[in-house]
Design a protein around this ligand. Structure first.
Ligand SMILES: [Zn+2]
Length: 306
């Protein structure tokens, strides 16, 4: 049976020449996964505005959708505003919502976008407009009766928006691994923050993952979100860490295997990835979904391609 993954890369966002966001990585990742023949790719539905407002200030939501945010607020997001940006943003949130629904039924699912963890309740930043994971957590709480949720955020940048949204919410555990000397320079307080020094490599990183992961399950979440950013790769132009492709693959395997053993539905989202060339980022993103598919379908880990 084909596993469903959700995508929104067909909504093209016009970016100025030389913009540093690697927009092509989403399509490249989907193309790589399509070669496996194991997935059904569903176009992500646009999230309903009322659901976005579960995690965001309605004024901010209105201003973004209408294109009336201040120039400063748009600059902070990092993408020029356009109607296609609105469509793609809503579809990116919708993809995580759809993946959450799917995971309730099939134990795991993935959005080939999302993980936009720098979005706060009332403003966006760092290429993030709305916080798809926060919206999905609150959707599951209010509409599906799942009270407790955990976010495992292994993007190299702190999940500051997610941390802030849930800072005083006892029903959400936020775990963020990130570079101490990297964006955002003013850190928020996740429930658990693990800070890495520049240049940290596979061994240090993986030992910390093994050390902190059990804390997620001790919290007894009813659902788990994995923000699987791949900007910890040595080839990443923004990451400042030194993980190998094998290291990232091992990281995914440790996390996903432990989540499967724990037994709550798992939703995998993307996150950052700025390797040069972009193919290295796409390869690392594809690995996350391949690893999840392999583990949930009990392939041997060796048969899950890197
Ligand atoms: Zn990042």
């Amino acid at each position: 049976m084909l596993e469903r993954l959700f995508y929104c890369d067909h909504y093209e966002i016009p970016l100025p020449e030389g913009h540093r966001f690697p927009m092509t990585k989403y399509r490249l990742t989907r193309d790589l996964l399509a070669q496996d023949g194991r997935y059904r790719f569903d176009c992500a539905p646009m999230a309903d505005r009322s659901l976005v407002e579960l995690a965001h200030d309605p004024v901010y939501v209105e201003q973004f959708i209408a294109g009336t945010l201040s120039a400063q607020a748009v600059r902070r997001i990092g993408f020029p505003w356009s109607e296609s940006l609105v469509r793609r943003t809503l579809a990116s949130v919708g993809g995580t919502l759809a993946a959450a629904e799917e995971a309730l039924e099939k134990r795991w699912s993935g959005n080939l976008a999302g993980g936009t963890h720098h979005a706060f309740r009332g403003e966006g930043s760092g290429f993030c407009v709305f916080n798809d994971i926060a919206v999905a957590i609150l959707y599951l709480r209010h509409h599906r009766g799942i009270a407790k949720a955990a976010v495992i955020d292994l993007d190299v940048h702190q999940g500051d928006g997610t941390a802030a949204i849930f800072e005083y919410d006892p029903l959400v555990l936020t775990l963020s691994f990130h570079g101490r000397n990297n964006f955002p320079f003013r850190k928020q307080r996740s429930k658990i923050d693990v800070e890495l020094e520049d240049g940290a490599g596979d061994e240090t990183y993986l030992a910390l993952v093994e050390q902190f992961l059990p804390r997620v399950f001790e919290f007894e979440p009813g659902v788990i979100f994995y923000q699987s950013g791949v900007d910890a790769l040595a080839s990443d132009t923004l990451g400042k860490l030194s993980l190998t492709q094998q290291g990232i693959a091992r990281r995914n395997e440790i996390v996903i295997r432990a989540c499967k053993a724990y037994g709550a539905p798992l939703i995998v989202t993307m996150g950052g990835g700025y390797s040069n060339p972009v193919e290295l980022t796409a390869q690392a993103h594809a690995n996350v979904y391949r690893t999840a598919s392999g583990i949930f379908n009990s392939w041997t880990s060796r048969s899950a391609p890197l």
